[in-house]
Write a protein that binds this ligand. Structure first.
Ligand SMILES: *[C@@H]1O[C@H](CO)[C@@H](O)[C@H](O)[C@H]1NC(C)=O
Ligand SMILES: *[C@@H]1O[C@H](CO)[C@@H](O)[C@H](O)[C@H]1NC(C)=O
Length: 263
């Protein structure tokens, strides 16, 4: 077998950006995790440089939340806000840039924010197929790894938004490194997360995330939900089902109101 044979370019990179990110277009699903491993090599992630270090063993544990009996953890009062996205979807970029991030700037302390991904689980290989190809699945995993390592939404949303600005270049290492630097993310830790268990760790996170979106019947990127109800959808370059308003101040107002009601 000729190991020098170049890896094929992901199909998604040679096609124009999709105009929308809902199920109406015929989906170009590519199979994982075989292609996932190929893409890892293609993106030249220095997987061979991994050292299995204590750091990851610690970080993969669920975050420990100090709960003292009798004291209601502040987090329980928080309003659940969730954005369901695909890492190479222009609607998701617009949605984070024009709604989610500006709103979060004023309500982050009152919100339990979750960034979830939309895709399809593949039964036969424990993988995930993504609408814009395997490079999107990799982008999703990069963003999930960053959220896992830096649970503060300010950091991982900023990092994710930075990737969105050049989403056609996802998952090129140069882009990921630049965005990591810009947002105080340690690229080597993201890299370790990507490579952990030969990629199975990241794929497991992506599967859970995709299953979470599917369980909520969410199919459109981007869908913003508040307390599990659809708040607003960005699809095909338009806002849809945004009865409460699609501007950041509308979302801020709703969250402030719900937060008050919890007191
Ligand atoms: C925050 O949201 C996640 C789901 O995204 C949930 O698992 C977790 O329990 C929530 N935390 C609190 C304190 O509500
Ligand atoms: C999702 O859709 C199915 C079938 O339409 C329905 O039975 C289920 O209750 C829905 N789940 C949610 C969370 O809306």
């Amino acid at each position: 077998m000729d190991s020098k044979k170049p890896y094929p370019e992901p199909v998604a990179n040679s096609l124009p950006p999709p105009s929308c990110c809902s199920g109406r277009r015929r989906l170009r699903y590519l199979l994982l995790p075989f292609l996932f491993l190929m893409a890892l090599a293609w993106a030249r992630w220095p997987a061979h440089q991994i050292h299995l270090q204590e750091y990851l063993q610690v970080s993969t544990q669920a975050p420990v939340v100090a709960t003292t009996t009798g004291v209601v953890p502040a987090a329980e009062k928080k309003v659940q806000v969730e954005a369901h996205i695909m890492s190479k979807c222009p609607d998701a970029r617009d949605c984070l840039r024009d709604l989610v991030i500006p709103a979060m700037e004023s309500i982050s302390t009152k919100v339990n924010f979750t960034l979830s991904f939309i895709g399809k689980t593949t039964d036969h290989d424990d993988g995930v197929a993504c609408m814009h190809g395997q490079s999107e699945c990799l982008g999703n995993i990069i963003e999930l790894c960053t959220a896992n390592l830096y649970p503060d939404p300010k950091i991982y949303l900023g990092f994710t938004m930075c990737l969105f600005k050049s989403y056609s270049n996802i998952p090129k290492q140069e882009l990921v490194e630049d965005c990591a630097l810009e947002h105080g993310v340690d690229f080597s830790k993201v890299n370790e997360c990507m490579s952990k268990d030969d990629g199975a760790f990241g794929m497991g996170m992506l599967r859970s995330s995709v299953e979470r979106s599917a369980a909520a019947n969410v199919t459109k990127s981007c869908t913003v939900r508040v307390q599990e109800n659809i708040w607003c959808i960005r699809d095909g370059g338009e806002w849809k089902e945004c009865d409460g308003g699609s501007s950041p101040k509308d979302l801020v107002k709703e969250v402030e109101k719900l937060y008050k009601d919890k007191e």
